[in-house]
Ligand binder design. Structure first.
Ligand SMILES: Nc1ncnc2c1ncn2[C@@H]1O[C@H](COP(=O)(O)OP(=O)(O)O)[C@@H](O)[C@H]1O
Ligand SMILES: [Mg+2]
Length: 582
């Protein structure tokens, strides 16, 4: 749907509502600032006319006036800037909160489709762009607009015929400025893309340095880089020419207009005699208009940029969250899980076909199959990371969709290959989110069960050691044990282990295997396994191929069948293991 710029602007304005007080105050401040410009022009006229014929105590009043006007100008500019920025920072804060909350609630698929840079750019860069564009537009519109209005009014007050004459020249100035602005925008865009080319060429050559060296890419890489650099050089120079020509041309036009004024005013008998002081004031005022006028003609650029940025920002805020229409809430599910003819596709191709099986509470089912056969996809449907298209999945006889999403997820603990650790201590990573109330001894017990105390105890502060961003590098196997501890601590009725021990070496795995078996006993466990020991102990084994369950049974039954399972068994199952580093 195409949204008009005006709609975007209106929506942006709606964010001002809570801050109307400060916003109005900032406008008052800028108007005060603007009128001091006219004040200066009037003051000039008074000073010149005082010099012609001194009167009374002007030598006191006028100096005091100049200080007062300067004070008012400073006050106005301070109040205007402070209040406007105060509003802008609040709006930034508000927008960021909304965007981040919206991003967190996006369906899983969205994270996979968009790269995270996209969201970060919106969160950091676009928000700033929008507010800084809007603040500068408001500031210019109010401050420079009021300045121009005041000065123009004063010009007409001084001499309306001359004022009309002066404004006859303004279209030429406006045209010059708009041509220049257009060129600025074009050049700015070109420069941005040249910079992009430069970094692109450089980073590719640097990353692919081995290939460049061994395949003799030196000449061609150098040529590519030099082309981009040369392009940037030429665009930059054009930019300088434009900006260096812009103000002399505008000044020339203004001076032609002023010359015309002087000619008309001084031409004998052409006009009624105008007092010298007023004429000087007129010239000064006319000269003062050029700058604010130019500022006013330049707000279109930032305004357009801001609206473009706001548009993509509102898109994120409006993005659909995960569907959460269910109302069933249970304290603790028993853990009976059944898939009834479930089919699923990410895009067009079907990834799961007619999946049909059920698990009694406390049972363990192992999923085996080649890489890409759909095992992880099947597991990910249980916490509703993705919505299945047909069939149904029930937990304790209730469709997953009928549970409140957060309640459903409370019933499930997952360990998969991608272990996610946040900055914080080991303890805060284990007792994460809804587990944050757990005590040290509970965390310690979980760490022990996961066979993690072996390395955690060696750390300087034990489980209170901060992991930091790169502060403490844990090996893949160590990270995986922390993830297992996290799942153990959660103590949920449904446990999903998606290659949960793939990063462990044989020795550690055997250790953890026993622990996991203890944990698996009291709960329904779906284990995607790659090692025989785990698979053998399962109540039932489901063999997947191409998104369908092709064989099912116990280890022995499946071996006797001489089918895919027997084949996988012969290959040793672990065709999907990642390198072990314990
Ligand atoms: N987020 C996704 N979007 C689109 N296709 C996906 C996505 N995740 C996995 N697939 C595809 O679905 C199929 C099954 O993948 P997956 O369930 O990860 O297999 P397994 O865990 O058995 O290795 C693969 O063909 C894979 O390319
Ligand atoms: Mg997988």
């Amino acid at each position: 749907m195409k949204i008009s710029p005006w709609q975007v602007y209106k929506r942006l304005l709606s964010y001002l509502k809570p801050y109307l007080g400060f916003f109005s105050l900032s406008i008052v401040g800028y108007i005060l600032y603007a009128f001091t410009q006219t004040g200066f022009a009037i003051l000039m006229e008074k000073i010149v006319s005082e010099m012609d014929e001194p009167s009374g105590n002007a030598y006191i009043i006028l100096p005091v006036a100049i200080i007062s006007i300067t004070f008012a100008r400073g006050l106005g500019s301070f109040v205007g800037a402070y209040c406007l920025d105060r509003v802008a920072f609040n709006v930034v804060y508000e927008l960021r909160k909304q965007i981040f909350s919206s991003i967190l609630q996006l369906p899983r698929q969205q994270y996979l489709q968009q790269d995270s840079g996209h969201f970060l750019a919106i969160l950091i860069y676009n928000v700033e762009q929008v507010t800084s564009a809007c603040t500068s537009v408001v500031r210019t519109l109010v401050r420079e607009g009021a300045t121009v209005l005041g000065l123009v009014a004063y010009l007409f007050y001084l001499n309306w015929q001359l004022a009309l004459l002066f404004f006859a020249s303004s279209p030429f100035i406006a045209i010059t400025i708009s041509i220049a602005s257009k060129r600025f925008r074009k050049l700015a865009k070109n420069m941005q893309s040249s910079i992009g080319d430069i970094t692109h060429a450089a980073s590719e050559s640097l990353q692919g340095n081995e290939v460049v060296k061994t395949f003799g890419g030196y000449e061609s890489e150098l040529a590519r880089f030099n082309r981009a650099s040369d392009d940037f050089r030429r665009q930059s120079l054009k930019m300088t020419v434009t900006s260096a020509l812009n103000s002399p041309v505008v000044q020339m036009l203004v001076s032609i207009a002023l010359a015309l004024l002087i000619f008309v005013a001084l031409y004998p008998g052409f006009m009624e005699q105008m007092p010298g002081s007023e004429f000087v004031a007129f010239l000064i005022t006319a000269g003062l208009i050029a700058k604010p006028l130019r500022a006013l003609t330049e707000i279109n650029g930032p305004l357009q940029r801001g609206i473009t940025a706001a548009n993509s920002l509102f898109e994120v805020i409006d993005a659909e969250s995960e569907i959460d229409k269910g109302e069933v809430i249970v304290e603790r599910a028993k853990g009976e899980l059944s898939f009834n003819n479930v089919s699923f596709s990410y895009t067009d191709t079907q990834v799961l076909k007619d999946i049909d099986f059920s698990m009694r509470a406390g049972q363990t089912i192992a999923l085996v199959g080649r890489s890409g056969s759909g095992k992880s996809t099947l597991a990910n449907l249980i916490p509703r990371f993705f919505e299945y298209s047909s069939g149904s999945i029930n937990l304790d006889g209730v469709a997953l969709n009928d549970y409140k999403l957060s309640n459903l997820r409370e019933q499930i603990a997952i360990v998969n290959q991608q272990v996610v650790l946040f900055s914080g201590t080991i303890k805060s990573n284990i007792a994460y989110g809804s587990l944050s109330e757990k005590t040290d001894s509970e965390v310690l017990a979980a760490l022990e069960t996961a066979n993690a105390t072996e390395f955690v105890d060696k750390l300087p502060q034990g489980m209170h050691t901060p992991l930091g961003e790169k502060g403490l590098m844990l090996s893949g196997g160590q990270r995986q044990r922390l993830a297992i501890a996290r799942a153990i601590l959660k103590d949920a009725p449904v446990l999903i282990l998606d290659e949960a021990t793939s990063a462990l070496d044989n020795h550690s795995e055997r250790y953890i295997q026993q622990a996991l078996e203890r944990v698996m006993k009291d709960r329904t466990t779906l284990v995607i396994a790659h090692r025989l020991s785990t698979i053998q102990n399962a109540d039932t084994i489901l063999v997947m191929d191409n998104g369908a369950i092709v064989e099912r049974g116990t280890h022995q039954q499946l071996l006797d069948k001489q089918g895919l399972y027997a084949q996988l068994h012969q290959q040793g199952f672990d065709n999907e293991t990642v390198p072990t580093d314990g």
